[in-house]
Design a binder for this molecule. Structure first.
Ligand SMILES: *[C@@H]1O[C@H](CO)[C@@H](O)[C@H](O)[C@H]1NC(C)=O
Ligand SMILES: *[C@@H]1O[C@H](CO)[C@@H](O)[C@H](O)[C@H]1NC(C)=O
Ligand SMILES: *[C@@H]1O[C@H](CO)[C@@H](O)[C@H](O)[C@H]1NC(C)=O
Ligand SMILES: *[C@@H]1O[C@H](CO)[C@@H](O)[C@H](O)[C@H]1NC(C)=O
Length: 219
C-alpha cells in the first residue's frame, strides 16, 4: 500500500530501540490485560511480568475477569500491556481505543490475519512475539500522537472516536514477519475516505468531521 501522492509523508521515527526481552524493571502498578481460553483478565501489576507467563501474572498481580460482553469503551493514559493469542480478542480490547503507551505480546504460535487495528493517540508501541522469544522486543516511538498537546477531548462520543486526531493503524500481520517494525505518518488528512479511495477499510470508519487527522501506519 503506497502513501497517496500529494501528501506530506513523514517518516515516523523508526526509532529502533531494542530492549532485551524479559529484563525490564518495574515501577508503579501497570495494567496488564490478557486473554486466555476465552477469558479476559484485567490485572494491576506492581512490576513487569515476563511475557505470557499467565500463572506468574495471576500470582503477582491483582486480576479480575472481564466478560467480553461487559467490555466498555475505555482509554489508557498510561502503560497498557496486552498478551493475546488471536486477532478477534485483540480487536475487542483495542480497536478504536485511546492508548498512549502500548505493549503487545503475541503468546502462542498463531498466525495473525491481515487485519488492521485502529488506535488513537499512540505515542509508544512495543511488540513481542513469544514464538520468536530469542528475537528482541521491538519498539517504536511516535513523533506525533501526543508530543504536541493532544486534541482529543475528555468527553467521549460513542466509542470515543470522533474526537481522535492522531490515529494509528496497526497491521496485525507484522506479528508474522521477521522484519523490523516500520511506520509512516501522513499529516493533514482532512477526509479519510476521499484521500484513500483505494483502501476500502476506511469506508467503515466512523469519522465524520472535517478536522485534519494525523494518520500513522505501522506495519
Ligand atoms: C482494566 O482495569 C483498568 C483499571 O485498573 C481500567 O481503567 C480499564 O478500563 C480496564 N479495562 C478493561 C478492558 O476492563
Ligand atoms: C498494585 O498491585 C498490588 C499487587 O497486585 C495490589 O495489591 C495493589 O492493590 C495495586 N495497587 C494499585 C494502586 O492498584
Ligand atoms: C477494527 O475495526 C475495523 C472497522 O470496524 C474492522 O474492519 C477491523 O477488522 C477491526 N480489527 C480487528 C483486529 O478486529
Ligand atoms: C465539511 O465541510 C463542508 C464544506 O467545507 C460542509 O459543507 C460540511 O457540512 C462539513 N461537514 C462536517 C461534518 O462538518
Amino acid at each position: 500500500m503506497a502513501p497517496p501522492p500529494g501528501h506530506r509523508v513523514l517518516l515516523a521515527s523508526a526509532l529502533g530501540i531494542f530492549v532485551l526481552h524479559c529484563f525490564t524493571g518495574g515501577q508503579k502498578n501497570s495494567t496488564l490485560i490478557f486473554t486466555k481460553e476465552n477469558t479476559i483478565r484485567n490485572c494491576s501489576c506492581p512490576a513487569d511480568v515476563q511475557d505470557c507467563d499467565y500463572s506468574l501474572a495471576n500470582l503477582m498481580c491483582s486480576c479480575r475477569t472481564v466478560l467480553p460482553l461487559a467490555l466498555e469503551q475505555t482509554s489508557y493514559s498510561d502503560h497498557l500491556t496486552i498478551w493475546f493469542t488471536d486477532a478477534s480478542a485483540l480487536g475487542l480490547l483495542l480497536n478504536f481505543t485511546l492508548v498512549r503507551d502500548l505493549k503487545l505480546s503475541l503468546c502462542g504460535t498463531n498466525t495473525l490475519p491481515t487485519d488492521y487495528l485502529a488506535i488513537c493517540g499512540l505515542k509508544r508501541l512495543r511488540v513481542n512475539t513469544q514464538a520468536k522469544c530469542l528475537s528482541p522486543e521491538q519498539s517504536l516511538l511516535m513523533l506525533n500522537g501526543g508530543e504536541r498537546e493532544p486534541r482529543e477531548q475528555p468527553v467521549w462520543f460513542p466509542r470515543g472516536w470522533q474526537t481522535c486526531m492522531y490515529i494509528s493503524f496497526l497491521d496485525l500481520a507484522l506479528f508474522n514477519r521477521k522484519s523490523s517494525l516500520k511506520a509512516y505518518s501522513i499529516e493533514n488528512v482532512a477526509s479519510l475516505a476521499n484521500n484513500f479511495p483505494y483502501f476500502s477499510y476506511f469506508e467503515t470508519f466512523p469519522i465524520l468531521s472535517n478536522e485534519s487527522y494525523v494518520i500513522t501506519f505501522i506495519y
